[in-house]
Design a protein around this ligand. Structure first.
Ligand SMILES: C[S@@+](CC[C@H](N)C(=O)[O-])C[C@H]1O[C@@H](n2cnc3c(N)ncnc32)[C@H](O)[C@@H]1O
Length: 193
């Protein structure tokens, strides 16, 4: 009975909660890339934020965009608990507006993690390409959408836009990229330069 419950819980956790290997992978990617400035689009409770900052060198910084003030506050509290409270700046509101603001401030990033509303992934990719330093990594989460992206009988805006994002990541001449089938699919693109 006990092991039955554990098996059920593990399946539920793997399906609905971010699996630890994604977090570990994010930390490793940041470390391997040597990124100093990270941009995160979609903060929620700060889980990916903590994993990203863990990979940073001492002087590195995370800029995180979040629609909802209460999530940005929660994420910040969690980063504080992890000892990273002074390593992050939050922008709240529509990410596309914050991205315009960052462009106007001529900010540049070495690592961009896209994990907000799926409908806007192609727009986030356009902005990311403008904000990325040469050699930067652009990483998109949930790009396989539980298999919906390759089930062509599945048609909705969210899935169509995710297909467009994946197509662009694979074919943009400024990117070399791959999709890893971890979690719900992680797309990793390196900006040539
Ligand atoms: C999947 S969750 C992010 C999870 C987080 N990256 C992590 O791994 O811990 C998506 C987040 O994007 C935020 N979001 C949704 N639409 C957004 C928008 N238009 N602009 C900014 N953030 C948005 C949601 O409020 C939510 O917190």
């Amino acid at each position: 009975m006990r092991s039955c419950f554990r098996e059920y819980y593990c399946k539920w956790h793997a399906k609905y909660i971010r699996t630890p290997n994604i977090g570990k992978l994010l930390t490793l990617l940041v470390k391997i890339s040597g990124a100093k400035e990270i941009l995160e689009i979609g903060a929620l409770g700060g889980y990916s934020g903590i994993c990203l900052v863990r990979g940073l060198q001492k002087e590195g910084h995370l800029t995180s965009l979040e629609l909802k003030q209460e999530y940005a506050q929660l994420a910040h509290e969690n980063l504080k608990k992890a000892g990273f409270g002074d390593r992050v700046t939050y922008y709240t509101g529509e990410a596309l507006k914050s991205l315009d603001q960052l462009e106007m401030q001529q900010k540049k990033f070495d690592f961009i993690f896209i994990d907000a509303d799926k409908e806007n992934y192609p727009n986030y990719l356009d902005c990311s390409l403008r904000l990325a330093n040469p050699g930067a990594l652009i990483v998109g989460d949930n790009v396989l959408q539980r298999g919906q992206v390759y089930d062509f009988s599945h048609v909705d805006l969210r899935t169509e836009n995710m297909r467009a994002f994946n197509h662009r990541m694979a074919n943009d001449p400024n990117l070399e990229s791959i999709i890893l089938p971890v979690g719900q699919g992680l797309s990793i693109g390196r900006v040539k330069g």
